[in-house]
Design a protein around this ligand. Structure first.
Ligand code: ATP
Ligand code: MG
Length: 450
């Protein structure tokens, strides 16, 4: 596919003296029908109202690469207020970067007004443009022309505009050439662009991993110095970004990129300190691979599971401090889990619904070996049983010794009620049958690395 594009683009693109490369119909593989109905309707609606509009960004890039776009973004010269008056189900969102969400059934089209450089803010309105002393854009709402908009986008491959009616691509930053060469190149001066928005470094890791592209030298060079600027980004935005990093079907490659670029430490400092340990390394890598397999098989993935895995190393270490004080294994597990979450939400604001689920998954790791009597049946009917069972298998895949616990639960799920009872009856009797005693004397059998 790429080769075909390269061949097609090699000779047919025309360039006006300063404007974009213009790639006419027939010289590129995109068809108007590749664009979602909703996105086409947004473009047409805006044009009928007298504005310019294009689909832009990831969808054009992905279609050129033969990938299915995740969503469709539209860029226009209409202001957010003007966009809102045109579409019935439109909502202005964001403050730092105001955009409009236009809803068509279940699909949401992000409509962005062309952005300009911040020198174009004569009135110095603080809601339009505001910059921190480090150069970070706290407001990025200065509007401008399509040329300016293109130069404000992050990477050359994300600065291609496609018009679904004239079926033409407008390539402003030589994105097509970079697509052919599988190169991720930031637009403009890399250091300035990372200072303006440090999240662009995470986006670099994500696109390089997802597309299997190399970072060009200038795009790569400043990351080592600027990675720490990510601590200035709100934890809410970093949480959203973390989902894009790990839930796009290339979590493992992204994780490796993040580690290589020393960005992982900025997002998961607690885990990063432990990651040289072989078991933890395997656990995280395996969790990422499993996530990719599930996403690529269209199975459900919850951020709670991914986060539970990403923070497990820190939990296990923290748990040791509690058990050393004499706390029961289960209590130690719960307290360590709370501590680790409390630290993590300073970096990525994990919503409560997910932290609750993470705690349940972790809690069940301490309970899955207690199968006597009615316990097995009770555990099996727990709403988080399946996730907890998957997590147990993950620990085993990473090399933890659980004395066949995963296999036992696999079999338990496969057999009928009678056989389940037989399985439970065949278990060795638990000594800690005395319900009043809260602290077992023995160390837990499935405790890694303690
Ligand atoms: P995908 O949707 O597949 O994750 P995308 O490239 O479409 O990738 P979005 O976050 O949807 O990414 O953003 C749409 C477009 O907006 C990008 O392609 C890029 O042109 C621009 N963009 C997004 N975030 C930034 C940023 N932080 N700085 C500059 N431009 C950005
Ligand atoms: Mg997009």
């Amino acid at each position: 596919m790429l080769k075909r594009i390269a061949e097609t683009l090699g000779f047919k693109k025309k360039r006006k003296s300063s404007g974009p490369h213009i790639v006419p119909p027939g010289s590129h593989p995109i068809e108007p029908t590749d664009i979602s109905r909703a996105a086409s309707e947004v473009v047409i609606g805006l044009e009928e109202a007298g504005y310019k509009a294009y689909v832009v960004g990831g969808c054009v890039r992905d279609l050129l690469l033969g990938l299915k776009p995740k969503d469709f973004d539209v860029a226009t010269d209409a202001t957010p207020e003007q966009v809102k008056t045109i579409f019935r189900r439109a909502q202005i969102i964001g403050r730092r970067f105001r955009i409009v969400h236009v809803r068509f059934g279940r699909e949401v089209i992000e409509v962005t007004t062309f952005r300009a450089h911040h020198t174009n803010n004569p009135g110095k309105d603080k809601n339009l443009s505001r910059q921190s002393k480090e150069g970070m854009l706290l407001r990025d709402n200065v509007f401008g022309s399509i040329d300016e908009d293109a130069s404000r986008r992050d990477f050359s491959i994300n600065a291609m505009y496609y018009h679904p009616t004239d079926n033409t691509i407008y390539d402003y930053a030589d994105g097509l050439a970079d697509l052919e060469q599988k190169t991720l190149r930031i637009i403009g001066d890399a250091a300035t662009r990372y200072r303006e928005d440090p999240v662009r470094m995470l986006r670099a890791a994500r696109f390089a991993a997802k597309l299997n592209f190399d970072l060009d030298d200038n795009t790569l060079a400043p990351i080592a110095e600027y990675a720490s600027l990510l601590s200035d980004i709100s934890s809410a935005r970093l949480f959203d970004e973390s989902l894009k990093l790990f839930m796009s079907g290339a979590a493992f490659a992204t994780y490796e990129q993040l580690r290589q670029l020393a960005l992982f430490a900025e997002l998961f400092p607690q885990t990063n300190r432990l990651i040289d340990d072989d078991f933890y390394q395997k656990l995280i890598s395996q969790a990422m691979r499993n996530t990719d397999t599930r996403i690529n098989n269209r199975q459900r993935v919850t951020p709670a599971f991914i986060y539970a895995a990403l923070l497990w190393p820190a939990l296990v270490e923290q748990r040791k401090a509690y058990t050393a004080k004499g706390d029961s294994p289960l209590y130690a597990l719960q307290q360590a889990g709370s501590d680790v979450i409390q630290q993590q939400i300073k970096r990525t604001a994990i919503p409560r619904r997910f932290t609750t689920m993470m705690k349940e998954i972790w809690d069940l790791q301490g309970r899955l070996n207690k199968r006597n009597g009615q316990n097995a049946a009770r555990l099996f009917s727990h709403p988080r049983f399946r996730a907890a069972y998957d997590f147990l298998l993950l620990r085993e895949q990473a090399g933890e010794q659980t004395h066949g616990l995963g296999e036992w639960w696999t079999l338990y799920q496969e057999v009928d009620d009678d056989e389940r009872e037989t399985m439970v009856a065949a278990l060795p009797k638990q000594k800690s049958g005395n319900k009043r005693r809260r602290r077992p004397r023995r160390k837990p059998k499935v405790d890694h690395a303690s």
